[in-house]
Design a protein. Sequence first.
Length: 367
Amino acid sequence: MALQLGGSAGDRKDRIIQQQLELIRTLTANNISRMGSDFWGPAPPSAPDPSKLTPAGAADAVKKDSSAPNTAASTGNGPAAETAPEAPPKEDITELKTELEQYIGLDAVKQEVNNLINMAQIEQKRREADLPCTDMSLHMVFSGNPGTGKTTIARIMARIYHSLGILSRGHLVEVDRSGLVAGYVGQTAAKTSKVIEKALGGVLFIDEAYALNGKSENDFGQEAIDTLLKAMEDHRDDLVIIVAGYDGLMETFVHSNPGLESRFNRYLHFDDYSVEELVRIFELQCKKGCYKLDEDARKAVRLLIAEKNTAPVSFGNARGVRNLFEQILTAQCNRLAALETLSREDLMRLTCADVETVRALPEKKLV
């Protein structure tokens, strides 16, 4: 059934853009927001099916989705929550392993995570049998380029450790240097301690952790490191810290301090995605958002991704795909705004022309 759009061309364009924004809002609220930076994994089991939501009902679905995390609280860069969230019920470990396997790529990482699960389960069995147990360190170093899934894996590992009874809450608190370091003497320890308190029972994920290694005398990054090391000892039974960043820089960071070197002895490297994997990520996002690619559009997307992915660091792996996806949606909106009538199929269809419009954009707009 076609949708009649009366009024001026400007009004029609505004309505189309509003419809698209509501559909995109459904996508982001029920997939990206609920799983942080997860752009390439399975949709949460309880997420509403976008295909069954009309544009008018999309915003209501977002409002009713009370399970979406508090962004400020989860990053550590916003105001601290007044009270700690209640511990969620433990998830089934088999279901979590199945979810892990559904992520695109990450084969080596998946294997290492499964190794950790097996080790934790056997240690638990030994403890139940009154046998000596190895004091395992679960703190980890994640290395790899941007957009390779480091935050996503940290989040699911927090849930896995909660399922296994290792962590009491299984949540993720994500910070970078700015969330830990203050500008004056004595303030950094308090600021870092506040973040640690919020992370207790879960995983503290420190992105670009090497930035804590300041080079000036007035840099307080070392104070944050010292506070973290103390917390790793004091809360060893209910806190996991994961530091993340580029390969070489992370290795230098860990080896720069004997305390870090002794506590971080598990390394997970995240490879760049292949072109085929990035195309699958794009197609998965189309599926989540109820978009359909024409066959020639599919070929154009693959060509576009291959062109942009010649430098994975600057392209950003899955993040680069997200940028392309959003720009192609904008191109679709502009194309549909010129039509007098629109069908549901029109609103779902992405064409080769939409992809080529993005391909013709200046390079700086694709970063």
